[in-house]
Design a binder for this molecule. Structure first.
Ligand code: FAD
Length: 465
């Protein structure tokens, strides 16, 4: 029969939103239960951020090994054993998800396998095989994440992959059509291109990585072309036909019909929030047309004891956003005056070169009527970048004219993903361009580019004219 357990805080979903929220709630003295229907770690650890970054690193390593002649090093017989690459990647995932499980144990957080369904404002039923049990909670945090959107003309199957299947292919495809040039499509497209797959990218808008200012993706596009990738922008994938060894994709590219043959199609056109099978509408929860849960600045839904975080609420679908919201929700439940502030949320694409952005860009500054100053410093003038053979790209720093408050940064180049953290901190702290300029940055490091860009914005650069 069904039994009922009483808990302080019930967390649904053990991704970067849910597991972080659970740990923080436990730290604040709550008795916490986490319900997870698949794997601890969610999309991010199992089939998202972590495995993709491992594959990216493996692909970079392979590519770099083939291009060291300019440094006077010649490598021969560089080979890929793709099954081994996968094994290495799975080992990393296992280590990290195991780490989350130990953290749960250490905080006395119980993980219940199964799928949660709301029956009321303070109760869920959890289905696990033939087992059904009830959990009554004082507070609940929903962190059920998202899943890939399927295109009607390209149903997922043997030849049509989502990012999940693409990340676990055991053999390198000879050719691949990627539908959708957003960050997931570009990251995975880069991986396969570097491993030698013939990649074609179809993107609907007029640039890949829409959302980033056009100068940034331009450098990425140049590199992809060098890797032999064909990029079609203003392209509409219309349909496909399966053949013996693959597919023929039909697409309209800038008004012209094209047929592209490939072994597989990878569809990365966005993700859908997992809110449709939760029973939340039945208990009167407010959702948007897109199925996102409506929340206030503490993550609270219109049902006051139920919170929602991560990919199921508005904003960029990113792991660090989910974790941040998880901490805020747990603190709010514990009665703290926590509130989200998205002013300094970074966005990173782990393409080649890397792209990172935080705060506002020039276009947004203009739209907001902000009087701004800007410094754009090239990695080609940074000694470390040249000495690690990565002198492409730039950092652009934006400050408010007059106050010199740091407003944002856009970086394209080596370690952009790490360098952006400094500017996030600057915005969070209300730092000025002078603060960055007067911070002593170790030499020679890639990190010096922010200092140089600040000097540039202030009108007295040392290393450029
Ligand atoms: P999820 O991680 O999706 O976790 C939700 C969990 O809830 C899942 O484990 C699911 O099984 C469980 N669940 C769902 N419904 C129920 C239910 N009814 N009952 C019980 N459990 C349920 N983000 C970055 O910031 N950086 C990156 O580099 C990055 N790379 C990515 C690469 C790829 C290929 C993909 C697909 C995504 C990537 N992301 C990245 C996005 C990131 O993975 C998500 O933003 C993040 O995982 C969202 O966290 P979450 O906690 O909201 O949900």
């Amino acid at each position: 029969g069904e039994f009922t357990t009483e808990v302080d805080v019930l967390v649904i979903g053990a991704g970067p939103g849910g597991y972080v929220a659970a740990i923080r709630a436990a730290q604040l003295g709550k008795n916490v239960v986490v319900v997870e229907k698949a794997d601890v770690g969610g999309v991010c650890l199992n089939v998202g951020c972590i495995p993709s970054k491992a594959m990216i690193h493996a692909a970079h390593t392979y590519e770099h090994a083939q291009h060291t002649e300019s440094m006077g090093i010649t490598m021969e017989n560089v080979k890929v054993d793709f099954a081994k690459v996968q094994e290495w990647k799975s080992g990393i995932v296992k280590q990290l998800t195991g780490g989350v499980s130990s953290l749960f144990k250490g905080h006395k957080i119980q993980v219940i396998p199964g799928e949660a369904l709301f029956v009321s404002e303070n109760e869920v039923r959890v289905f696990h095989g033939y087992d059904v049990n009830r959990y009554r909670f004082e507070h609940c945090i929903i962190a059920t994440g998202s899943r890939p959107i399927e295109l009607p003309a390209f149903p997922f199957g043997k030849r049509v992959l989502s990012s999940t299947e693409a990340l676990s292919l055991t053999e390198l495809p000879k050719s691949l059509v990627v539908i959708g040039g957003g960050y997931i499509g570009i990251e995975l497209g880069t991986v396969f291109a570097k491993f030698g797959t013939q990649v074609t990218i179809l993107e609907g808008s007029d640039q890949i990585l829409p959302g980033f200012e056009p100068d940034m993706p331009r450098l990425v596009e140049r590199k992809l072309k060098k890797l032999g990738v064909t990029i079609h922008t203003k392209a509409l994938a219309q349909g496909m036909e399966e053949t013996e060894n693959g597919v023929v994709v039909t697409a309209e590219v800038k008004g012209e019909q094209k047929q592209i043959e490939a072994e597989y199609v990878l569809v990365t056109v966005g993700r859908r929030p997992n809110t449709d099978e939760l029973g939340v509408r039945d208990i009167g929860m407010n959702l948007t047309d897109r199925g996102l849960i409506v929340v206030d600045k503490q993550g609270r839904t219109n049902i006051p004891n139920v919170y929602a975080i991560g990919d199921i609420v508005a904003g960029p679908a990113l792991a660090h956003k989910a974790s941040y919201e998880g901490k805020v929700a747990a603190e709010a439940i514990a009665g703290h005056p926590a509130e989200v502030d998205y002013k300094a949320i970074p966005a990173v694409v782990f393409c080649d070169p890397e792209i990172a952005s935080v705060g506002i860009n020039e276009k947004e500054a203009k739209e907001k009527g902000i009087d701004y100053i800007v410094g754009r410093f090239p990695f080609a003038a940074n000694g470390r970048a040249l000495s690690v053979n990565a002198g492409e790209g730039y950092v652009k720093l934006i400050g408010e004219k007059g106050t010199n408050l740091v407003l944002g940064a856009q970086i394209v180049g080596p370690e952009a993903s790490n360098i952006i953290a400094e500017i996030g901190l600057a915005i969070e702290m209300g730092a000025t361009l002078e603060d960055i300029e007067l911070t002593i940055h170790a030499h020679p490091t890639l990190g010096e580019v922010t200092m140089e860009a600040a000097e540039l914005a202030l009108g007295h650069p040392i290393h450029v004219m």
